[in-house]
Design a protein around this ligand. Structure first.
Ligand code: CP3
Length: 365
């Protein structure tokens, strides 16, 4: 006998309601809760170390094409979730879509890393087109919507952007740099001009994160990969203030937004960063002592980190015991297990599987 359609509809609606009630452990932790099994995900969990990623990457001419093709970007976002069952998926995109959206020329050539046509003066800023960046980024919002439909209900979808300082270094240097000489020189020689670049990035990045949240991102992370290169006398101006402004803008539009800041390489200044910027969670790199983070950060913020990506590359017992030491230090407070930086491309996926299994088993401290 066929099911009466109205009954089926009622059941489906009820299931949807139940699903909406499923809590996402990652969001509970960002709300200040301590969980007996810390949620986990891995920075750069999608990417070249996965054969299924490399297969899809080969089907598009360039890396940016992948970022702007929602079907494919959604698929590579979900790939590591299928394999490792982490508590979060991170949107597949890149921090350099912002300079691209501003009209700067951005290219990723294989083996070379990103190449940008440098912006080094106020005159160069005139070449950029601020204002309509979210229109350019709309395929990425489509990716967010597609991923959201595919993820299990207890898995959070993390959006992200680069923090203004880090994105500025790529824009000014024209790519990856060892000493950030051009960026630091501009910041000191022409403070007003460099501040205009930062202000442009604050606006574009705020709009971008709000767009991701509107499309369904459950939380967002700001990557400040090169924050550790900023001299102490410039730290507030280049790292803290732009981050603080972005967070204020995002919260003005989305009062409940959950935000993780990752000021990589700043050492104990991370405490000042957390207090001034208004983040809910702080990502810590592998150089920071987890007990320092537990003592100084965890009373007020969720902490995320910080297994050495090289421990993951090597794998085996040393990896598991390094992970256990971190959980021992941070597991009693609000804590998200992660790496201290991204998965490196040479990492065997089997090592990530072993670590994920260890974390899911809720190893007792
Ligand atoms: O799972 C994920 O995290 C994937 C999404 C993601 C990528 N980049 C994809 C990517 C994220 C979150 C990023 C962030 C990013 N991009 C950062 C901050 C995090 C960090 O690692 O510090 C930075 C500094 C960049 C800039 C960038 N993108 C560089 C310097 C490079 C070249 C070097 C490299 O790591 O490959 C990229 C390219 C890039 N971004 C790739 C991927 C998968 C490889 C490109 C390819 O597949 O051809």
């Amino acid at each position: 006998m066929p099911t009466r359609p109205d009954t089926r509809n009622i059941i489906e609606t009820q299931q949807k309601r139940n699903d909406l009630r499923v809590t996402k452990p990652l969001l509970s932790v960002l709300g200040g809760q301590s969980l007996s099994r810390p949620p986990f995900w891995f920075m750069r969990q999608a990417g070249r170390y996965l054969p299924e990623y490399r297969k899809i990457r080969k089907t598009v001419p360039s890396f940016l094409d992948l970022c702007y093709t929602p079907d494919l970007a959604a698929e590579v976002t979900v790939q590591p979730v299928r394999r490792f069952h982490p508590d979060a998926a991170i949107l597949f995109s890149d921090i350099l879509v912002i300079p691209d959206a501003l009209g700067q020329s951005v290219n990723f050539s294989d083996g070379v890393g990103p190449q940008l046509e440098p912006v080094r003066s106020v005159g160069d800023l005139a070449r950029l087109s601020a204002g309509e960046t979210n229109a350019h980024l709309s395929p990425i919002f489509d990716t967010v919507r597609q991923v959201k439909e595919q993820l299990p209900n207890d898995v959070a979808l993390l959006g992200f952007a680069g923090a203004p300082w880090t994105v500025a270094t790529y824009m000014v240097e024209g790519g990856t740099s060892r000493d950030f000489a051009q960026t630091k020189t501009w910041a000191r020689e022409d403070p007003a001009g460099f501040d205009r670049l930062l202000a442009l990035l604050v606006t574009a990045t705020s709009d971008y994160l709000i767009g991701q949240i509107d499309a369904g991102a459950d939380a967002v992370q700001l990557f400040d990969t090169w924050a550790g290169a900023v001299p102490a006398d410039q730290f507030d101006r280049c790292v803290v203030a732009p981050t603080q402004r972005i967070i204020a803008n995002v919260r003005a539009a989305k009062p409940d937004a959950k935000i993780i800041g990752f000021p990589r390489g700043v050492g104990p200044a991370v405490a000042h960063y957390a207090a001034e910027t208004g983040v809910d969670g702080v990502g810590i790199d592998s150089a920071l002592s987890p007990t320092f983070a537990a003592d100084t950060l965890q009373p007020a913020y969720a902490v995320q980190g910080n297994l050495d990506p090289m421990a993951l590359l090597v794998g085996g017992e040393q990896m598991l015991s390094a992970a256990a030491t971190i959980i021992e230090a941070l597991g009693d407070g609000p804590f998200i297990f992660n790496l201290g930086h991204g998965v490196v491309p040479q990492t065997p996926p089997g090592h990530v599987e072993a670590l994920a299994e260890f974390l899911r088993s809720g190893i007792k401290r």
